[in-house]
Design a protein around this ligand. Structure first.
Ligand SMILES: [Ca+2]
Ligand SMILES: [Ca+2]
Length: 318
């Protein structure tokens, strides 16, 4: 028993050490960039100058949303992001009759693939239906929780898409989507919540020539400018990306009745829907569940999701 205990504590040390290297210092996924203006490949607006040359016209080009989706998917599905990829997405949006607003269909644009503003719900749909990527959810507004959600997403190897403004400045600039693929704990206190901590951005609104297409920004600047973030939260997902519908239904039922259960939590057995001694379940944790403590498990049994909370949760797992 003593030997076993020692082995266990060594194993624990190794696990702790691995977590530390991820959470202290820096996480960076090295996601590849492609620009939203690429005149040679027919992406984005251009101006024809007096010599008949096409000049890139960045500011009015609004295709950032679909381009960010291509950048995100290129990392997750392992391909090189490109203008052709962007065209494929926009063509599909037109084919599926995506709406620009209440009355108009989404179009390709006035010349080439100029693009229009997209909503985060449309980005989620493209990720899901065009690329088969599940589990991306929009979190609105600025909060510590949303920074923690970025950390969670990146540590699970999923880049995020932020809603912000061009150049990450909210003062008269245009709304803009960018991809975040890194966090840096500059004051070395073990979190990414301090103003001087940094986020690493892959910005389709910047050319490679600008040198700012891949750039670190202060967390304080992000928090002044962002409107929300599209992060990976694998609710009711198995690790192979399929959905457990009864667990999803039960999760949504709680949210709709004012008891949001929070995010999936790995308390042993993994983050995803998994088998626990013959029982199919997923574990959650939330700070604002409206219950006494934040832990929840949803158990699926013969097509129905059952909630395990409070004393029942304590008892069940003791
Ligand atoms: Ca810090
Ligand atoms: Ca801190």
């Amino acid at each position: 028993m003593k030997i076993l205990a020692q082995i266990t504590s060594i194993a624990l040390l190794i696990v702790v050490a691995q977590v530390m290297t991820v959470s202290a210092g820096e996480v960076l996924l090295n996601v590849k960039h492609t620009p939203q203006v690429d005149v040679e490949n027919g992406i984005g607006l251009y101006i024809v100058d007096t010599h008949g040359n096409k000049k890139e016209n960045w500011d009015p080009t609004k295709i950032c949303g679909p381009v960010c989706v291509v950048i995100e998917a290129s990392y997750l599905n392992n391909f090189n992001p490109s203008g052709n990829g962007v065209k494929g997405v926009v063509d599909w949006m037109v084919e599926k009759k995506f709406k620009l607003d209440d009355t108009n269909d989404y179009g390709k644009g006035v010349n080439d693939y100029y693009g229009y503003n997209t909503r985060y719900s449309q980005l989620i749909r493209i990720l899901k239906e065009y690329y088969g990527l599940q589990g991306m959810n929009w979190l609105q507004g600025d909060s510590d929780e949303n920074i923690l959600a970025i950390k969670f997403s990146l540590e699970n190897n999923k880049p995020v898409i932020i809603g912000t403004y061009t150049k990450m400045i909210n003062s008269g600039n245009n709304g803009h989507f960018m991809v975040v693929d890194g966090l840096r704990d500059t004051n070395n206190d073990g979190d990414y919540l301090d103003g001087d901590d940094e986020v690493h951005v892959v910005d389709p609104g910047r050319s490679v020539g600008s040198g700012k297409h891949l750039e670190w920004y202060k967390v304080s600047q992000l928090r002044n400018a962002w409107t929300g973030v599209l992060v990976y939260i694998p609710i009711a997902l198995y690790s192979n990306n399929t959905t457990n519908q009864p667990i999803l239904t039960r999760y949504n039922q709680s949210a709709n009745s004012g008891h949001p259960l929070g995010n999936p939590k790995d308390n042993g057995g993994g983050l995803y829907v998994h088998d626990w001694f013959g029982i199919t379940l997923q574990d959650f944790y939330g700070d604002n569940t409206g219950f006494y403590h934040g832990n929840t498990s949803i158990i699926e049994n013969t097509g129905t999701g059952y909630l395990l909370k409070e004393g029942f949760w304590d008892y069940f797992f003791s």
